[in-house]
Design a protein around this ligand. Structure first.
Ligand SMILES: [Zn+2]
Length: 306
């Protein structure tokens, strides 16, 4: 058993990962985000440089199948910037796909074969391999497609040990998603629940962490909903409750109008420049080290050669 993190440039030792932004998008095109396409390699590359300069050593490219992902370009950006990047495969929640997209009709075994190929052979005709597998749920709802994806992801994760990320809309249905994955044999401690902080409830977060799941905090700089202080207070309460070894930090900025290199703001650097110092102040250096370095390395480690 030899644990590795599978990056777009090859497998590395978990200890080589460093401070990790567990959820961003360098490339993404979605009918839900018209006018916010991330599709320019040089601009996305510059934004990745900003993230690197702000203090990230690694990030997860969270754009799954069929949404304008560019594995070859992500690998080039990684090589150019020195930012280590783990790419996901899997699928997003159904609303991100155009009506009639053939992916939406694929049965479980076809989805599983597709995601397996991405993990072990390469994505979209390239030799760039994914290092994690993603599923998505709606707000307290799962379409038939989303259920098939969860089943495929759960079986694949159970069989391979690959890390899992699940998009939870507004942080809903965390327990239910873990139940469905566990029913396929997927250990809960392989799973990162993205966007749990869109429901900043520390009691719920501690419950999910007690099942082993990682808690994806990725909603900073969205004060039309609530200020960053709410997230930091929630995170501190989760740490206080003993779940500091489950928290992950990401930006999930995901829109060109929020990327500095595309002419927007506040950009990917916000997480490390503005949010992380406040987390450090709230929980101290040791916990911050766990959140930025140890937790993502543990979540992303598996044995891809077994
Ligand atoms: Zn995202």
């Amino acid at each position: 058993m030899s644990l590795r993190v599978r990056t777009v440039l090859g497998d590395i030792e978990p200890g080589e990962l460093g401070a990790t932004d567990y959820h961003e998008h360098l490339f993404q095109i979605s009918p839900l985000l018209r006018g916010d396409e991330l599709d320019d390699e040089s601009a996305s590359g510059r934004e990745a440089e900003h993230l690197r300069a702000a203090g990230a050593a690694a990030m997860v490219e969270a754009t799954p199948t069929g949404l304008g992902r560019r594995p070859d370009a992500v690998a080039r950006v990684s090589a150019r910037t020195g930012l280590r990047i783990v790419h996901v495969t899997g699928a997003h929640r159904e609303a991100h796909y155009a009506v009639g997209d053939p992916l939406l009709d694929e049965p479980v075994d076809a989805l599983m074969n597709r995601f397996h190929h991405d993990l072990f052979s390469g994505m979209d005709g390239t030799t760039v391999r994914a290092g994690a597998v993603k599923a998505g749920a709606g707000y307290w709802s799962l379409t038939a497609f989303e259920r098939r994806v969860l089943t495929a992801v759960g079986q694949l994760a159970a069989g391979t040990g690959a890390p899992v990320m699940v998009h939870l809309e507004h942080g809903s249905a965390g327990h239910e998603v873990l139940d469905l994955l566990a029913a396929e044999g997927c250990p809960e401690d392989q799973v990162a629940l993205a966007h749990v902080d869109r429901n900043p409830d520390p009691v719920l977060h501690r419950e999910l962490a007690a099942r082993g799941a990682y808690l994806g905090y990725d909603g900073a700089a969205r004060h039309q909903r609530w200020p960053d202080s709410v997230l930091i207070d929630c995170l501190a309460a989760v740490v206080e409750g003993g779940a500091g070894d489950r928290v992950l930090l990401g930006g999930d900025v995901a829109r060109r109008t929020r990327y500095v290199a595309y002419g927007g703001m506040p950009g990917l650097a916000y997480l490390f420049e503005r949010f992380v110092p406040r987390v450090r102040q709230a929980v101290g250096d040791a916990v911050l080290g766990s959140v930025l370095v140890a937790n993502p390395a543990r979540w992303l480690s598996w044995d891809p050669e077994q």
